[in-house]
Design a protein around this ligand. Structure first.
Ligand SMILES: [Ca+2]
Length: 296
């Protein structure tokens, strides 16, 4: 029982570290979390993966690699130090080769794994292997070109992004507005763009669409969590612009927003790029914070 209490105390420390974080602070690293899980009573250490496969597109900005949640669950009878080794087929590389922690029975250990795809990698299926002493879980990693990527109709997905400025903290890269993850919970972990010019406007972020496309809708997600609501930390005013051959036209305007998500519909236009011109944010009115831009 004393050991379990110690583990809970360790978990509490992690939570306290997260709570002290401010939107522009560096994130705590590494982002490993321990939480109560569901023991299957097998007595083993079971590797777990957050999804049954990873799609890793070629040619994306290295600042926004493919990612997957990995971890392990202890079904052992007693607390122990648990080890998960991570292997991936070459030439792919993973951000960690080992996950190790004290782990009480019934608890799960989770962490984010980043997968880098060197530019010369051949398309095809590769394997990520998560190994505990008792079990190996193999997760397929599919390397595809951007044109092969199933974008679900979002023509901005994984396309190149440029921004007017980039925060000195590398965890707010511009490419994160087109990484397919619109949620705010990964905000300090590389899932959103935070510009570098506090209280100076406008800020711009542009996405190249990989050729002319007919578009009529842009969805914008700004920072919005219970702790950091969009009404204080989110984007308030912006223009949506469609670009063709370097010429920009404003196709929608949003003013006075306090929500985490805004859909802008407009008359269909042919565009090879979309640009968000950020004009003001809420509350402190300091930074532009965007987690995702989707274009249809
Ligand atoms: Ca994102």
């Amino acid at each position: 029982m004393r050991l379990l209490t110690a583990a809970l105390a360790a978990a509490t420390v992690l939570t306290a570290t997260a709570a002290a974080w401010q939107p522009t602070d560096p994130p705590s690293v590494p982002s490993v979390k321990i939480k109560p899980g569901t023991s299957k009573g097998t007595g083993r250490l079971t590797p777990i993966a957050g999804s049954d496969r990873v799609v890793a597109p070629l040619g994306v900005d290295p600042a926004c690699p493919a990612k997957i949640e990995i971890g392990m669950r202890s079904d052992a009878k007693a607390p122990s130090y648990a080890n998960l080794s991570v292997e991936i087929d070459q030439p792919l590389t993973a951000s960690r080769s080992m996950l190790t922690s004290y782990l009480p029975p019934g608890y799960e250990l989770g962490a984010k794994l980043l997968i880098a795809v060197p530019p010369t990698t051949s398309e095809g299926s590769y394997a990520l292997r998560l190994k505990t002493p008792s079990q190996t879980l193999s997760v397929p990693v599919q390397v595809v070109t951007l044109d092969q990527l199933d974008n679900g109709g979002n023509v901005a997905l994984r396309r190149p992004v440029t921004a007017s400025s980039q925060h000195t903290n590398a965890n707010y890269p511009p490419c994160s507005v087109a990484d397919g993850d619109s949620g705010s919970n990964g905000w300090a972990g590389g899932n959103g763009w935070n510009d570098a010019t506090a209280r100076a406007w406008p800020d711009t972020v542009a996405i190249a669409l990989g050729g002319p496309k007919q578009i009529s809708r842009v969805d914008l997600y700004t920072l919005h969590t219970e702790r950091y609501p969009a009404s204080i930390f989110g984007l308030r005013d912006w223009d949506v612009q469609a670009g063709l051959n370097g010429q920009w036209q404003t196709v929608a305007q949003v003013r006075g927003n306090t929500a985490g998500f805004v859909r802008s519909d407009f008359t269909p236009v042919t565009a090879d790029a979309v640009r968000i011109v950020a004009l003001a944010s809420n509350g402190a009115n300091d930074y532009t914070r965007i987690t995702e831009v989707e274009v249809r």
